[in-house]
Ligand binder design. Structure first.
Ligand SMILES: NC(=O)C1=CN([C@@H]2O[C@H](COP(=O)(O)OP(=O)(O)OC[C@H]3O[C@@H](n4cnc5c(N)ncnc54)[C@H](O)[C@@H]3O)[C@@H](O)[C@H]2O)C=CC1
Ligand code: BAL
Length: 498
């Protein structure tokens, strides 16, 4: 993709028409209370817009409209290929508007325009297309049966779903959830993170243009307590899919238990280990992977490689190379296409990350922070018990732990409440496979860092995940339920009952 210049991006940003209303039943509307909240550009501190600050009454209204849409079948009962065509039209409209969406995403979140243009937008569009393409290729089942009955196992959309989103990949996480949910035929109530609402609202507008019927896709902006909790506790929402912190994720289990026992899927935090053994090949390449894993998206990533567990014999050389690569991750204006590290999402989050930097004693590289921006930072810690090795920082801070052997490395990798992702760098195939099996995490990569792609399930073990997976056809399991339809074919069936 050809990127524009910083001035050209700034001129697009200045001309953006920012959506500000809640999007319910096919149109924008103010919050019922009339209240608004400010959204700011975290890179400059400038106010971007006043957005409808919704509350429980808006959630009720959105659910009523979503339920009407679900029950009358305007979307849920379409042939899957019809839903597919509409979603592909949406993906095409997003492609046509990708540049505007990328700029909107960057100014609202502090993410770099480079990432928004080359990762967030292409992956969002690909995700929507992929689930649309998948949905008319998924078959129901017929159970093994005798001659006198037939039992069908059919998949039905689960109903009205609540999608509660984080701010680190606003559009991409929206696509991870609405891609399979809408493809399956559900009606959805989306709560974007209050920090990053704009692109979800713009996407909803494009969805109407693409032909998604009114009431099917609703976006209700606002705070966690004001909108997230009413979604979690709503008696007429059938399922909630959440991405965010473990603390907040667990609340949805309480909300569900105290309301209608709705299904809950949680994609939560991580403290993901990158293990580098003494036999790892090409330490320069390993360093590039580790640095990318740790600092991509300013480390605001649940799958960030935030713990480096390195064999003592290669530690010095690896840290040298890591420092070399980390220097390339320059801080700058997120709208400058040369910038690799933008602003952290908010003042509050910046202060939290700075609090962790204050605890760093043995800094290898980085460690400085200024007005919302934090340098790529590598810090040696005393061991896996150090706070910097245990808590999810969600910023560009890589904690280094030295080990003397493979078993010790695996033990430390597993010594965490989390279990989202992990990577192992080794040339020894047995170690790679033994390690991948032994680490309790949803995704383990060998000789690379990553989270798989749209074809592979994404989610966590332990306190990183609950109830299901995003991505791949397994994501459709979240938004569907199985029904058994048992048909008696015996000639004397009626007599047998009487
Ligand atoms: N695993 C991940 O992808 C993410 C992890 N985080 C972690 O969480 C920390 C705090 O960031 P937050 O934005 O506060 O994350 P959060 O987990 O509180 O927010 C995620 C979503 O939940 C909503 N929410 C917040 N409180 C709620 C409540 N009581 N009931 C219902 N919904 C609620 C938020 O408005 C947002 O839409 C970060 O510093 C980071 O460590 C944050 C975002 C994403
Ligand atoms: N890395 C995608 C999921 C997340 O950070 O929340």
């Amino acid at each position: 993709m050809d990127l524009l210049t910083q001035d050209e991006y700034k001129s697009i940003a200045a001309g953006l028409d920012l959506p500000t209303g809640a999007f319910i039943d096919g149109g924008f509307r103010p919050a019922i209370s009339g209240e608004t909240f400010e959204t700011v550009n975290p890179a400059t501190g400038e106010k971007l817009a006043d957005i409808a600050a919704c509350g429980a009454a808006d959630v009720d209204f959105a659910v009523e409209k979503a339920r009407e849409a679900f029950d009358d079948g305007r979307w849920s009962k379409l042939h899957p290929s019809e839903r597919k065509h509409v979603l592909i039209r949406l993906a095409k409209l997003m492609t046509r508007n990708a540049r505007e969406l990328a700029v909107m995403e960057s100014i609202d979140s502090g993410k770099t325009i480079f990432d928004c243009e080359t990762v967030d937008l292409p992956e969002t569009i690909h995700c929507l297309k992929w689930h649309a393409e998948a949905v008319d290729k998924i078959y129901d089942q017929v159970s093994p049966a005798s001659d006198d009955h037939i039992a069908m196992v059919v998949r039905e959309p689960i109903g009205v779903v609540g999608l509660v989103l984080p701010w680190n990949f606003p559009l991409l996480m929206l696509a991870w959830k609405i891609g399979p949910a809408l493809a399956a035929g559900c009606s959805v109530i989306v709560k974007p993170a209050a920090e990053t609402t704009l692109t979800a609202l713009r996407l909803a507008e494009l969805a109407m243009e693409a032909g998604i019927p009114r009431g099917v896709l609703n976006i209700v902006p606002g705070g966690g307590a004001e909108v997230g909790e009413p979604i979690g506790r709503h008696m007429d929402i059938d399922m909630v899919s959440f991405t965010g912190s473990t603390v907040t994720g667990k609340r949805f289990l309480t909300y569900s238990a105290e309301s209608n026992a709705k299904e809950v899927v949680l994609e939560m935090g991580g403290k993901n280990p990158a293990i580098v053994m003494d036999d790892a090949e090409n330490l320069d390449r390993v360093a590039a992977h580790v640095v990318n894993g740790a600092f991509w998206n300013m480390g605001e990533n649940c799958s960030a490689a935030s713990r480096l567990i390195v064999h003592k014999d290669v530690k010095a050389e690896l840290l040298d190379r890591i420092a070399h690569h980390a220097r390339q991750w320059n801080i700058g204006d997120p709208l400058d296409p040369e910038t690799r590290m933008g602003a952290l999402v908010s003042e509050g989050h910046y202060s939290k990350v700075c609090g962790y930097l204050d605890q760093a004693e043995n800094v290898v590289i980085g460690g400085k922070a200024d007005k919302g921006f934090v340098e790529a930072t590598v810090v040696e810690v005393s061991g896996n018990d150090a706070t910097l090795a245990r808590e999810e920082i969600f910023g560009p801070v890589l904690s280094v732990i030295e080990v003397s052997g493979f078993d010790e490395a695996i033990k430390i990798a597993n010594d965490t409440d989390y279990g989202l992702c992990a990577s192992i760098f080794t040339a020894n195939a047995k170690r790679a496979i033994r390690g991948a099996r032994a680490i309790r995490a949803g995704t383990v990569t060998v000789n690379s860092f990553g989270e798989g792609d749209i074809t592979t399930p994404f989610g966590g073990y332990k306190q990183s995940g609950f109830g299901g997976r995003d991505n791949s056809v397994h994501a459709h399991d979240q938004y569907t339920q199985l029904k058994t339809i048992w048909i008696d074919l015996a000639d004397d069936a009626d007599e047998a009952v009487s």
